[in-house]
Design a protein around this ligand. Structure first.
Ligand code: CA
Length: 769
């Protein structure tokens, strides 16, 4: 039985409180507290600083406004019509169909999850409900959201399906969530005959199976039980559910494909149920749906354990308290100069909130999880997380390492268990059924190496996980090793190089020194073979080498370094992938021609050579490939430019030339570029919270803001290092479960005063970045 081991490596610091101080140029005045700052010692409601509607409009982030507990499996969120974002909700839409119970927040593709659509209605159905009959009008004036809770007044719909109309009343719809349970509460107008449609076919990507069984509870209420299976991007998943109504049900109708009637058991792909309630109960109709990767019976046990006799309001209050505990771990203090109207504080807590959406808690309340090996594993004093998007969010874990080391450790152990379970099947990770909706696993080796490099020890089954991690990272074949690169795909080379470098750290930890050596040699190949020495010439004549595709025979292939998708690159340019081997930026700079060439390249990359011309901005804020770009100046002897660009990109207007995908309807664009480039704020406290096509991707973009605001950024995830930027707040204090604190102070910081003059750590001068 795996047990949590003591985290010996974490106690590197001997003091209970660590204080890192950076001093800006003297402001000359004593700053007054900002209006939004809470009084010292007062109980702060951090959830009030979170705006769940940020980044929910159109293609501006694909976040969800719905209810969730921290890293909750249940994410109950409104489904808009006629269009939706990848998380189901688009702030620009006019109608809401109902509420789905699962979600992969902020991801691309078509969105993952969207399971079990619940629709409050009083439409008369004589066949499987038409999706058109779900369309309730709504307005933002009658809509609220807070961590763990969402409420909207929905225009009532009635009449026979196919000829539905909006009724005179409104349905007040409220949803709340605990970790595994979605709680629904609907207040229908007086005189209504309430119904709930439970549409099990609905899914954002692909429904492969669903089933429902209806059973009577002894007080007239009913239980719905069954399973749903679906797939998204890299993998398929299966979830079981147990749902109970809170009021007696007067009739039940079910469907499976074209069959429609009173059967109490249905299986198929398109199944569902329509529950009718008595008019005297119209004022409050409740439904609780608990999800379990393990079984229907486990879902029932989990519902009792985490909700039990609590009312909707009690469950909602409990989740709010959990969020306050989570968000309050990071307490910020901002002067009026640093945050005049409280916008930065609200952005900070909104993005901190988004960091705790994925991965999700996939452990039962009985301490079990279902592995991809199909086995129900018993764990103890440990939470198993699943639902990965590691190509996108691998840097997030490096920030969680200093925000919440216990949570971080369980997540790393979960990823190790995942690969250990993969190994025991002898199959590939993508071909297995996963316990929850999930995205993809590239950079998993980087995430595991991150914990090892940071001194975490005692992971279970790391030796079993290693072969599966190695298989997933892949090896270059003999020809590729001989020529030092996989043909004309330099993006593959640098991504695999990063994983190979990370896997070497894992190999060393397991005592596989020879393999670690081979992996390091493989990881060094891109710098040895894929940087064309005279790819670009700076204005001062400096020849700068850049990542460039090669023929197998070795000849350089001509490529447009500024074009998205050139040289078979995935969602990036050669300039952007040029900096991808952050595991050896010294090697990259050497391959570019040395310090002068590296400096000229970094300066050019951020558009410094022609600051008024947006075409000169070669860095992309919209996607994950080069999110470390503002910190590159720390490596080329120009840290003041890092401080300037961190401030600029996260809090001010900057040029943006690149999109994450080929085009957007919101601006003239093509081939992955705004045409012309736009000068705008990248992070905004608005439903258009990011650039168009800039998915939050499991909180990746939110993590960038949080790390930038605190001042410690993970340029090289997988290592023990953070890079200093320029903190946004006068003081940020992180509190740990064991009572220790870590405080970052930025003396005299403001929107215009952000160049660091000196730094200290625990009172001693600190002289590097
Ligand atoms: Ca992305």
């Amino acid at each position: 039985m795996p047990r949590r081991k003591a985290n010996r490596g974490r106690n590197r610091w001997r003091t209970t409180a660590i204080t890192a101080v950076v001093a800006m140029a003297s402001a000359g005045v004593v700053a007054a507290p900002a209006a939004a700052a809470p009084a010292e010692g007062a109980s702060v409601d951090y959830t009030l600083f979170v705006n769940p509607f940020v980044s929910t409009a159109g293609d501006y982030g694909n976040d969800l406004p719905g209810a969730q507990a921290p890293n909750g499996l249940a994410k109950v969120s409104p489904l808009t019509m006629p269009e939706r974002n990848h998380a189901g909700y688009d702030h620009d839409q006019t109608h809401i169909a109902g509420f789905t119970q699962t979600n992969l927040d902020g991801v691309g593709g078509s969105g993952g999850g969207g399971d079990i659509l619940v629709v409050p209605t009083q439409v008369e159905y004589s066949a499987r409900p038409s999706t058109e009959s779900y369309a309730h009008p709504f307005t933002h004036e009658a809509e609220t959201a807070a961590p763990g809770y969402y409420q909207v007044r929905l225009g009532e719909i009635s009449g026979p399906d196919g000829a539905v109309e909006n009724g005179p009343g409104e349905i007040n719809a409220e949803v709340a969530a605990t970790t595994r349970t979605a709680l629904h509460r609907y207040a229908f107008p007086d005189g209504a005959t309430p119904e709930l449609v439970v549409d099990l076919h609905h899914n954002f990507t692909n429904r492969t199976r669903s089933a429902v069984d209806i059973s009577q509870l002894d007080d007239g209420r009913v239980a719905l039980t069954g399973e749903i299976r679906g797939s998204f991007y890299g993998a398929s998943y299966a979830l079981h559910y147990y749902a109970e109504t809170e009021q007696p049900v007067t009739s039940v109708t079910t469907w499976a494909a074209d069959e429609f009637g009173d059967a109490v058991s249905r299986q198929g792909v398109d199944t569902g149920a329509i529950l009718a309630f008595a008019p005297e109960d119209a004022g409050e109709i409740g439904l609780r749906i608990t999800l379990s990767p393990i079984s229907v019976e486990q879902a029932r046990i989990d519902q009792v354990a985490e909700v039990g006799g609590r009312t909707f309001d009690e469950a909602r209050a409990r989740t709010k308290a959990v969020w306050n505990e989570r968000l309050g771990r990071v307490d910020i203090s901002a002067s009026a100069a640093a945050d005049p109207d409280g916008t930065l504080r609200r952005l900070f807590y909104t993005h901190l909130y988004r960091m705790f959406a994925l991965p999700v808690n996939a452990t039962s309340t009985s301490g079990t999880y279902r592995g991809v090996d199909g086995v129900v594993h018993q764990v103890d004093d440990f939470t198993y997380y699943d639902g990965w998007a590691s190509w996108d969010d691998f840097r997030k874990y490096s920030v969680l390492a200093y925000l919440d080391p216990e949570l971080y450790r369980d997540m790393i152990q979960s990823l190790i268990y995942l690969f250990a379970d993969v190994q025991s099947t002898g199959r590939s990770i993508g071909g297995l059924a996963h316990s929850v909706p999930t995205v993809r696993w590239e950079r998993s080796a980087v995430i595991v190496a991150d914990a090892i490099s940071k001194g975490f020890t005692g992971f279970e089954r790391l030796d079993q996980a290693y072969p599966a991690l190695k298989e997933y990272v892949g090896f270059s074949d003999g020809d590729q090793l001989g020529q030092g690169h996989p043909g004309d795909r330099p993006g593959d080379s640098v991504q695999r190089g990063y994983d190979q470098w990370a896997l070497a750290i894992v190999a060393d930890a397991l005592g596989h020194g020879d393999e670690a050596k081979q992996l390091r040699e493989a990881a060094a190949l891109p710098m040895a073979n894929l940087y064309k020495p005279d790819a670009w010439t700076a204005a001062d004549g400096t020849q700068v080498g850049l990542l460039t595709p090669r023929e197998e025979a070795g000849d350089w292939i001509e490529a447009d370094y500024e074009r998205l998708g050139a040289a078979h690159l995935y969602q990036g340019t050669l300039w952007q992938y040029n900096w991808y081997p952050v595991y050896d930026l010294a090697g990259v700079i050497a391959a570019m021609g040395g310090p002068a060439a590296g400096q000229r390249g970094a300066v050019h990359f951020l558009g410094e050579d022609d600051p008024d011309n947006g075409l000169g901005m070669l860095h992309s804020n919209a996607n994950e490939v080069d999110l470390q770009a503002p910190y590159l100046f720390n490596y080329v002897g120009l840290p003041s430019l890092t401080q300037k660009w961190v401030r600029t990109i996260y809090t001010k207007e900057s040029w943006n030339r690149y999109l994450a995908s080929s085009s957007t309807d919101d601006y003239p664009s093509s081939d992955g570029e705004f045409r012309p480039p736009i000068k705008t704020k990248v992070y905004q406290l608005d439903p258009r919270g990011f650039l168009p096509t800039m998915d939050n991707d499991a909180g990746t973009m939110s993590t960038m803001f949080v790390a930038a605001a605190i001042g410690l950024f993970p340029v090289t995830s997988g290592s023990s290092q953070y890079q200093l930027g320029s903190p946004f707040f006068d003081r940020t204090t992180i509190s740990y479960a064991d009572g220790r604190t870590f405080t970052v102070s930025a003396d005299g910081v403001s929107a215009d005063n952000y160049y660091i003059q000196s730094a200290s750590l625990n009172g001693a001068n600190f002289g590097n970045t």
